[in-house]
Design a protein around this ligand. Structure first.
Ligand SMILES: Nc1ncnc2c1ncn2[C@@H]1O[C@H](COP(=O)(O)OP(=O)(O)OP(=O)(O)O)[C@@H](O)[C@H]1O
Ligand SMILES: [Mg+2]
Length: 458
């Protein structure tokens, strides 16, 4: 079972380093939290139940990598992971979206994760079955069996002949099929008819909140509709592989494993938690904020949530919360909830040096993205080091003088810088664009000087 990674904290940090610059403390604590999931699995049963996750609050200004760390961690963890805005639960008119729904989301995700893993496991066998069925579609089974009954009295040399011929044709077709010579040939296939439109009408909004899947309920009651469709052999193969894989997978086992994964390695990232930390018990939204905190409490503390897959225990789900905490402080959360998030990590605001590294180092660095985009137009884009330095400085100074939106500023500065090229390049014969410091200054200095302009454009 590959449900928990075996990376050491150091390796986890190294992986995160590929995408997130700096913020070492935050990376360390999420790495420890993730490793603790693995450690807990090795502990003897009785004690294991006693080891609760140390939930984390990431505190830091906007655009410094909080969500990015969580997002990268989730890919790494190969654990069911959902990211939810805490404010979602305070939205006025958001009827029926209760806090427990995040556990249901986590379960759905886990089930589809496990199912696709299992599908991969049976893929070879499913493909084999699919090939056999394809052959049957191309050449319906031997008529011989029927003939044999009729011809019982006769000498059955005729039947043998027919059988031989059938076998030969079948072998020939099989070869052709294997060699990919029949891919474009049309076959007719029974496919499941779509029923979803009907289901949408029947199922009232919010029913899924009860954890009941109307589609499953009614789907079972209604006769399965199939319809004959024409498609090419290659389309049919894909369809049949899916269908055969479904037959080979034991859904009960999938669900069981998926639930086990949610309960032992699930991670929930609760974004914007500061926004539900109201000060005192005022009127209006603050009341509902505290309400959301109270709703959250049992889920974070450990409770059983009713889902369409059965009861799911949340005791060992790891929660990573995050927020800017500009106005509210972690101490403004209700005490019980504070106690459930014992680890607080601060992320620092980013400097011009950080920006330089963010622009160039991560695997998905913005300059790399633009270089790839221009490559599609057969244009070689490059940035001199001083140019990148200049972009970093500009982003930093605009952040200082207007609003500090962290690394998000890099997006706006770079798009402003490259806009003309992005627009014009397909119609020019340019093969190479080299962005120098001079170009950066020429294109951006006017905007940067004018504070009002920067507010709008950068
Ligand atoms: N330290 C960093 N290293 C690399 N990229 C970063 C870093 N910080 C932010 N970014 C980039 O900036 C963008 C915004 O970052 P992110 O979504 O993590 O912000 P956040 O801290 O969650 O802010 P908010 O409080 O507004 O949610 C992302 O596209 C991310 O790639
Ligand atoms: Mg965020």
């Amino acid at each position: 079972m590959s449900d928990i990674i075996e990376f050491t904290p150091k390796q986890i940090v190294e992986e995160l380093d590929k995408y997130v610059i700096g913020q070492d403390k935050a990376k360390r604590s999420v790495a420890i939290a993730l490793r603790n999931r693995w450690r807990r699995k090795q502990v003897p049963d009785a004690l294991r139940e006693e080891i609760y996750p140390n939930n984390i609050i990431l505190i830091g200004p906007t655009g410094v990598g909080k969500t990015e760390i969580a997002r990268r961690l989730s890919r790494l963890a190969n654990a069911p992971f959902v990211k939810i805005e805490a404010t979602k639960f305070t939205e006025v008119g958001y009827v029926g979206r209760d806090v427990e729904s995040m556990i249901r989301d986590l379960c759905d995700l886990s089930v589809s994760m496990v199912r696709s893993e299992k599908t991969k496991e049976v893929e070879a066998l499913a493909t084999k079955h699919a090939e056999e069925r394809l052959l049957e579609l191309l050449l319906p089974p031997s008529p011989n069996k029927r003939r044999k009954v009729m011809l019982e009295e006769d000498d059955d040399s005729g039947a043998d002949d027919a059988e031989d011929r059938y076998k030969r044709t079948r072998d020939k077709l099989k070869k052709q099929l294997e060699n990919g010579e029949l891919e474009e040939r049309q076959v007719e296939l029974d496919v499941q008819a779509e029923q979803s439109s009907l289901m949408q009408i029947i199922s009232p909004m919010g029913v899924e909140e009860m954890g009941v899947n109307v589609q499953d309920l009614l789907g079972g009651m209604m006769p399965k509709k199939t319809k004959l469709r024409k498609m090419t052999v290659s389309e049919a193969r894909n369809y049949l592989i899916q269908e055969e894989a479904q037959k080979l997978i034991d859904m009960e086992q999938v669900v069981q494993e998926a639930i086990e994964r949610v309960e032992n390695s699930g991670i929930i990232f609760l974004d914007e938690i500061d926004k539900i930390a109201g000060e005192g018990e005022k009127s209006g939204p603050d009341v509902s904020r505290q309400g959301v905190q109270r709703d959250l409490l049992p889920v974070v503390e450990g409770t059983s949530v009713f889902t369409k897959y059965g009861m799911v225990k949340t005791d060992h789900v790891l929660f990573i919360a995050s927020g800017a905490f500009h106005v509210a402080k972690p101490s403004d959360l209700i005490p019980e909830l504070q106690g459930r998030f014992p680890i607080r990590v601060e992320l620092h605001s980013l400097t011009a040096e950080d920006f330089f590294r963010i622009l160039t180092e991560p695997k998905n660095a913005l300059t790399k993205q633009y270089i790839a985009l221009f490559e599609t137009e057969n244009v070689k884009l490059d940035f001199t080091e001083e140019a990148v330095q200049e972009v970093a400085n500009i982003a930093n100074s605009v952040n200082e003088r207007t609003e500090n939106i962290g690394a998000r500023r890099l997006h706006t500065v770079l798009t402003a810088l490259l806009e003309d090229y992005l627009f014009e390049v397909p119609d020019t014969k340019l093969k190479k664009i080299s962005i120098t410091r001079k170009i950066v200054q020429e294109r951006l200095s006017n905007i940067v000087k004018d504070e009002d302009l920067s507010r709008y454009i950068l």
